[in-house]
Design a protein. Structure first.
Length: 242
């Protein structure tokens, strides 16, 4: 087993959109879920928080005049759609999965109950937390940090399309330098855009390391969680031994 026993995986909605950039690409969902299923079969306890930007981008709606709370509520509902898609894919692979929502909708998912979520994890089920925190004005990154704290996760894994944290945008600056390790303090003071400040601060307060990695590279999740290989970039109070 790798260095982490229970993890919170943060998936953006963009990842689930595949190359199309919008909506659900079921092939992309299947590919992601096959990687997650592989580590779950190795005994890693996996919880997830999923975004909804592939269906509803709240900030864009606000810029076009929509009231912020209304836009955020719509975005939270979009995350439920993504969570149900992930659940369906995982269960077709034989992985028992539960969706818990911060906005109560008992006909489609369980309400979030911390002790029940932990019990599901202990029984080897994957738990997908949907609807963010249940309140507007909070990002799904903050929801991920909150849920990681509540379930006692040993790591928050930020799944991205890049292989770690850079000191500049690698898509715009070919000389951008990848940072294998960043302290919580530096992540905040440098204004790194990997997660929002509230999420960083919550992880720092609860001493939850953050690993930023490329989830689209096949085998990365297993290498990190099962093999214990150094993958991506680590945000923590101190570097971990290889």
């Amino acid at each position: 087993m790798g260095r982490y026993e229970r993890v919170l995986l943060k998936l953006s909605g963009e990842i689930l959109a595949g190359s199309g950039g919008f909506g659900l690409d079921l092939e992309a969902v299947t590919n992601i879920c096959s990687e997650i299923a592989e580590v779950a079969r190795e005994g890693i306890q996996v919880a997830m928080v999923v975004g909804g930007g592939n269906i509803m981008r709240g900030q864009q709606a606000v810029q076009k005049g929509m009231e912020r709370s209304q836009a955020d509520n719509m975005g939270m509902l979009a995350t439920v759609i993504n969570a149900l898609a992930l659940q369906d894919s995982l269960e077709r692979m034989g992985i028992s999965t539960r969706v818990q929502t911060a906005i109560e909708m008992r006909q489609v998912a369980e309400p979030f109950i911390r002790r029940r979520a932990i019990r599901h994890l202990e029984k080897g089920r994957i738990v997908i937390f949907a609807a963010g925190t249940g309140s507007p004005y909070f990002s799904t990154d903050t929801a991920a940090a909150l849920r990681a704290s509540e379930i006692g996760a040993s790591c928050l894994m930020k799944a991205t399309k890049v292989d770690g944290i850079y000191d500049d945008d690698p898509h715009k600056n070919p000389n951008a330098k990848r940072l294998p390790f960043v302290s919580y303090h530096d992540a905040l003071t440098m204004g790194l855009k990997v997660m929002d400040a509230a999420a960083f601060a919550l992880c720092q307060e609860n001493r939850i390391p953050i690993v930023v990695f490329d989830v689209l590279k096949k085998g990365n999740l297993r290498a990190l969680l099962v093999d214990g290989s150094p993958v991506g970039s680590l945000v923590s109070s101190e570097p971990m031994d290889d």
